[in-house]
Design a protein around this ligand. Structure first.
Ligand code: C2E
Ligand code: MG
Ligand code: MG
Ligand code: MG
Length: 292
């Protein structure tokens, strides 16, 4: 049994096994319908360089507005799609949708923005992932550096050995690679060193306690140092306050994203947000240190 909460949002309210199972099957069934009926959309959240205060890219986050279930959040359906294998088709849709968006922005002020897409562990096992990404970019005549691939720490560390080759292939084709939710999985430092990664993303759970919580301060600083000593950049996710932003800027975190700047919004809303905000992300007077 499902119910609709608030603004037509699909929720689970039963913990019982059979209820969970039927929810699972219901979502799986409607996911099949979703792909063929254009029910997915990409939303975009700006990524901002802390020193220049420039918007340098966006993270693309999938949204599903189901005809029958209402809005279903990705945390609820991505894992089901992973278990059923539907993530492969959804992942292909995400790649194509991101390429279309990059193309649409090419003759506008947004032409230089990178789009980061989230890729599931199962997609890494597709032998042709590097070619697929590269061909999609080539067909659209887009430079590869405009597309960035986000992989969770967990997914890069399982099958680490075979991922080295894949990541080298992806990088050789000019795309960049980020590690999402860094700090929540179990990283092998020897693999972290050998993977050709561009960016570590500090998980929101460590950003939450900044700047007051000593543990979060230590962890965030350590991740920033680790990334820099491995010649990687750092993005902090889930930045919700000016204080968090100031802390991260002063501690040389390279980029930030979070509700403080913008929630993920659809393409049209993002274009309006960009036009209005890209020149004044934060009033300069609000900052302790001048913009470099
Ligand atoms: P993620 O990739 O770590 O994305 C960050 C999540 O944090 C997003 O949730 C985003 O909306 C949210 N977020 C960003 N800033 C803030 C903030 O300041 N405060 C709070 N409270 N939340 C913030 P979302 O969009 O619900 O996505 C959840 C997860 O679902 C993503 O985590 C990612 O793992 C997965 N996901 C989303 N889109 C895709 C996709 O296209 N493909 C795959 N494979 N997974 C996706
Ligand atoms: Mg992500
Ligand atoms: Mg994340
Ligand atoms: Mg996450």
């Amino acid at each position: 049994h499902s119910k609709f909460k608030g603004k037509n949002t699909f929720t689970l309210y039963e913990d019982r096994m059979e209820e969970k199972l039927s929810q699972h099957l219901l979502i799986e069934k409607h996911l099949r319908f979703a792909l063929n009926h254009d029910e997915f959309e990409l939303f975009y959240q700006p990524q901002i360089e802390t020193q220049s205060l420039k918007v340098i890219g966006v993270e693309a986050l999938i949204r599903w507005n189901s005809k029958d279930l209402g809005f279903v959040p990705p945390d609820m359906f991505i894992s089901i799609a992973e278990e059923s294998g539907q993530i492969l088709a959804i992942g292909d849709w995400v790649i194509q949708a991101a390429i279309k968006q990059l193309l649409a922005w090419q003759n506008t002020d947004l032409a230089n923005l990178q789009i980061a897409i989230n890729i599931s562990a199962q997609q890494l096992e597709q032998k042709n992932l590097a070619d697929k990404l590269h061909e999609a970019l080539q067909t659209a005549k887009l430079p590869s550096h405009l597309l960035e691939v986000e992989l969770t720490e967990r997914s890069i560390m399982s099958n680490a050995q075979s991922n080295i080759e894949l990541f080298n292939d992806i990088r050789a084709r000019g795309l960049s690679l980020s590690v999402d939710d860094f700090g929540t999985g179990y990283s092998s430092l020897s693999y972290l060193k050998r993977f050709p990664l561009n960016i570590l993303k500090v998980d929101k759970s460590f950003v939450d306690g900044l700047p007051g919580d000593e543990d979060d301060v230590s962890i965030s600083r350590s991740i920033i140092q680790l990334a820099h000593s491995l010649k990687m950049k750092v993005v902090a996710e889930g930045v919700e306050t000016l204080e968090q932003f100031e802390f991260l800027r002063e501690h040389e975190c390279d980029m930030v994203q979070g509700y403080f700047f913008s929630k993920p919004i659809n393409a049209q809303q993002f274009e309006a947000w960009y036009a209005q905000h890209h020149d004044n992300i934060i009033p300069p007077k609000a900052l302790h240190e001048p913009i470099k």
